[in-house]
Each structure stands twice: as C-alpha cells, then as structure tokens.
Design a protein around this ligand. Structure first.
Ligand code: ATR
Length: 280
C-alpha cells in the first residue's frame, strides 16, 4: 500500500515505456513491504533540466537516469562521485534535503558484479577489448580501469570517439580501428560489446572471436534478446559469456539501497521477472 508518507523514487529517460527498472524496483518494494513507489518519468528532451531542478529538496528521493539524459544528469549535479566524473555520466541522482543534487554512477558496479556473478571474472585478470565508444563504453572503461584492469583497448567504427575516451582515461586505455581487432584480441581476457549492434536480434559486432584466447570471457551489454548473436557465437566456441540483463539487475541494487536505505530482498527473482517483461 502506498500512503501519504511513501518514499518515492523513479527513472527518467526518453522514451521510458520499455524500461525494466520499474519492474525490478517495485518487485523489491513489494517483497520488502516498504511504503514506497518507483515510477517512470519521460520529460520532453528540452525539459530535462527544468524537471530535475523541480525535484530539488527531496520531492522525490532520487532518480535513475537513462538514455539520452545521463551526461546532462552529471552536468546538473552539485557534487558527483569519482566514478561518475570519470564515466562522464550519471545514472543515479540523489536529492538532498538541503536542495543539492548528488550524482553517482552504478553502471560500472553493475558491469563488474555481473562479470563476477556469471563468469567469476575480476577486472585485474587481464587486458580488456571494449567494442564501442558511446556512453555505455565510456562508463565501462572507467569502471574497469578503476577496478584494476591492466589495459582497456577501445575499438570503434569512428576512431576519433575512441581516441577521445582513451585520452580522458589516461594510461592503460588505448584506441584502435576496427581493422586492428585481431591484434587487440590476441591476449584479451575479456571482450565487451558496448555498441548497439545485436539489438533486436540483428547481427552483433563483426569481430572474429577466435582471434581471442579460448579462455577469454565475452560480455554483451545488449540484452534484447538476452542471448545475442554475439553471445551465441562466443558460446559456440566454448567461451564463458556474461549477459547485459545481469548488468542491468546489478546496477539497480546500489540504486535501491540509496533510495530506500536497505538492501533489496534476495527472496524475489527479479531477473526472472525482467525476462518475463522482455517476453523471453
Ligand atoms: P550508448 O550511449 O548506448 O553507448 P551511443 O553513444 O549512440 O550509445 O553509441 C553507440 C555505439 O555503437 C557507438 O560506439 C557506435 O559507433 P560510432 O561511434 O562509430 O557511431 C556503435 N555503432 C552503432 N551502430 C553501429 C554500426 N552499424 N557499426 C559499427 N558500430 C556501430
């Protein structure tokens, strides 16, 4: 039951109708029996700042932020965590009673936790090849470097975007053209698809995974479908795989804690609920 004293949080994006975050958070809220609600918000693109500004002082506890607002969310905040600053984006805004906004980024934690959960993979294991140079890739590079990855090699169709991220991340991060993928993959311990290729069941990134060691872990941030063509290819060659849905679920955990002051109950299988919502 939602009373007048309910704690309210939400997720903000444009569009937002297909977001799985309300499914996850409201399942946890119901299971924990707390007086709270987690609601979707889709302000018009030009009204994002005005919308967020109106929440100052704690009108809502906090917001998760998704495409296309993550960079603007960071820019709006009065204070930001080191990982959000490094990622250049925020997926979690917290509204303090004094009217200030704190920006954090839990996507990186989500990525690292998913790697650990599904492949027992630690960032420090070895070199990483990251495909893509958009916001998702930037966040992944920041998290992997901060967690001790010895090197992160960013491969992108538009080389300049990869070079921009590499320059910002500093030592340990390099940019490569798509043609250089075989050399970059030769001693990779982890390969991550952070492009949008593979979405909707289309072909994934065109890289020859056999150029990577058989022990390399392959992860896809795309989770529609759950088993992307890229992951299927990796699994067919016997490689361990990590799916993007696990990352989505894991990034939601610290968000829930920040909004509602408790860890989400483990007794509800939110991954199964998300799969149902994805119709898989
Ligand atoms: P996000 O914020 O989700 O990362 P984005 O900033 O639009 O989204 O980035 C999309 C990524 O997918 C980019 O790396 C993009 O490559 P470019 O920087 O060259 O545009 C990559 N991408 C999308 N479509 C692609 C395609 N057909 N071939 C290769 N890369 C593609």
């Amino acid at each position: 039951m939602i009373t007048g004293a309910a704690r309210v949080a939400g997720v903000c994006g444009q569009p937002i109708a297909h977001s799985l975050s309300p499914v996850l958070h409201n399942a946890w809220i119901a299971e924990a029996g707390i007086d709270a609600a987690y609601v979707p918000f889709a302000p018009p693109e030009g009204r994002f700042e005005a919308f967020v500004d109106g929440l100052r002082g704690g009108v809502v506890r906090g917001l998760n932020v998704t495409i296309p607002f993550k960079e603007r969310a960071l820019a709006l905040a009065d204070e930001a965590s080191a990982v959000a600053r490094r990622a250049g984006a925020s997926n979690l805004l917290l509204f303090r009673p004094d009217g200030t906004i704190f920006a954090d980024n839990t996507d990186g934690v989500g990525l690292l936790e998913a790697l650990k959960a599904q492949a027992n993979y630690e960032a420090k294991t070895g070199p990483v090849v990251l495909l893509g140079a958009g916001g998702a890739a930037r966040g992944a590079a920041a998290a992997l470097i901060e967690a001790g990855a010895p090197s992160v090699r960013i491969i992108n169709r538009t080389l300049a975007r990869a070079q921009e991220i590499a320059a910002e991340m500093g030592a340990g991060c390099s940019a490569h053209a798509w043609d250089d993928a075989p050399a970059a993959l030769a001693d990779a311990a982890l390969v991550v698809n952070a492009t949008s290729l593979g979405l909707g069941g289309r072909a994934g990134p065109d890289v020859d995974l056999d150029a990577a060691p058989a022990s390399a872990v392959v992860m896809d941030m795309v989770f529609k479908p759950l088993r992307t063509e890229f992951l299927e290819r990796a699994a067919a060659s016997g490689r361990r795989t990590v799916d993007g849905l696990e990352m989505l679920v894991r990034q939601a955990v610290p968000s829930f804690e920040a909004f509602f002051g408790q860890v989400p109950p483990a007794s509800v299988d939110v991954r199964a609920l998300a799969l149902k919502a994805l119709d898989q």
